[in-house]
Ligand binder design. Sequence first.
Ligand code: ARG
Length: 470
Amino acid sequence: MAEKSNKGKSGKSWGGRLAAEPDAVTAELLASLDVDRALWRYDIAGSVAHAQMLSEVGLIAKSEFAEIKQGLLSIAADIEADRLEMPAELEDIHMVIEAALIERAGDAGRKLHTGRSRNDQVALDLRLWARDAIDDLRDGIAAVQRAFVAAAAKYADVVVPAYTHLQRAQPVVAGHALLAYAEMLQRDADRLADARVRVNVCPLGCGAVAGTSLPLNRTRTAELLGFPRIARNSIDATSDRDFLAELCFGCALLGVHLSRWAEDWILYSTAEFGMIELDDAYCTSSSMMPQKKNADTLELIRGKSATAIAQLTGLLTLLKGLPLAYNRDLQDDKRFVFPAVGAMRQALTVAEGIVATTKFKTERIAERIDEGFPDATALAEYLTGRGVPFRRAHQIVAALVVRAEKAGQTLSELPLETLREACDKIEDDVRAVLGAENVVKRYAPEGSGGRKQLGEQLAFWQRKLDLHAL
Ligand code: ARG
């Protein structure tokens, strides 16, 4: 019995409508298989759920659902083993899978697309993909945070300069500086989790633009795919990609945070700063200069933020002029969002390794910690404790700094008489205030850079990240 083809002359499912074929270059323009094949798992999961719902509402027979499901699972196994033929002229992964299903399941396969369009199908696949991408990014972020927390605990006793304007400002315990990155990353994780709420909406059943006259049970399909709710409006659901733009923004800001950290550590690893030693596994050397140990991995992480930022602006540009509803421009959304997520996944994985293996040069840091008068603010605050108005105290200490700088001394090296000449409120107990080591002992309120506050922060992160032994 000659089976009637589902395809027109072109081999495409809509071939019945069109008389002419695109030439090779045009076909290449139309195709997205090179990028959307990454969606295959989600496409199959969505199709199985759709078919199950179709069978439950009686639009297809139970036996047809069984055939469809079996066909889709065998296609999944073939794709997994990289043995499914994917003819480029079928354009995208959705058509490739449907064509393979029809080959395997015949008329049952031809019923899969009942009440469905590629427009709601691709929106669904992208939402399923984005859900996993977010979960994955959040795991990666947590791993980097754990590495920062472990380093913060390891170097709890080291006092380092905190900088403003890249000039030495006030001393802090190293852990405090390290946990600043954990804070930024937590907001990145929270932002992605928040975006996930808007990703996690099922568009299936919205069809091409207006829905369908068939009695689909949309809530059931959503439930089968683990979505807590369905899209309210078919036009919106098939045509917006704001959920991808939010994901791209989440990546871009995460990239910016990683880039700032990378910049810090590139600087700290130089001879000029001499604060950290990167593990050789994360460095490269030079083809000409035998002594070189370059922080290339940090530089590339810094550079990956450019990818994420560029993809965000690219996606927004793609979306900005689109009339309602679906337009083919949207096919290229994946070309922006996939690389943005990919760059961040890669950056996070390497960042975790760098943070876990970098060593602080604690002796060198200690030798130089009092350079640059990092205890000046503490001295001014000591004076306020003795009744000197802060603005006056600021002037007194500024004059002492000028004097010490001329003499090539630190504030704690100045004799008590010199200090008292500047202000007779200064007593011998000032010795317990001067010097970076003393300063970090005296920080008072929550959130300051001292040991006490570090203890509180470490306890918080231990709970938050479910860390047992630090
Ligand atoms: N590959 C397409 C995409 O990613 C699928 C949707 C095609 N829909 C259409 N009406 N031509 O957007």
